[in-house]
Design a protein around this ligand. Sequence first.
Ligand code: FEO
Length: 138
Amino acid sequence: MIFKWKDAYGCNIQEIDSQHKRLFEIGSKVFEVASLKDEFDHYDEIINILEELKEYTVYHFAYEEKLMQENNYEGYEEHKVEHDFFIKKIKRIERKDLENAQSEAILDIIAFVADWVSNHILKTDMNYKKFFNEKGIC
Ligand code: FEO
């Protein structure tokens, strides 16, 4: 499972770790529903979970960006570019895309989302860990 949270993924900032865990949970939920192989279509469910993921991601990114700006984190601009890219991408996924797509294509969309979120959290976000921790932000 792509979305299995481990303590090692933490950046030692309580609020951010808890938001990241939540993102993993939502990601895991969308992946599970999209992987169901029954006779029902789950478009509505998938759309609802993607919507939840989008909303929570927007909230989380704003929180993180504010913290970076308040502390003059030098990687802010670069980091924000990644945030903006993801938001743009997830906003482009619409119900009609899912309805037209075959289940394999849906899984591709989900895999993109899963991969992107986990990669961003596990790589890009880790770049600020030391910076914030040294400032005593935890
Ligand atoms: Fe935790 Fe940069 O998102």
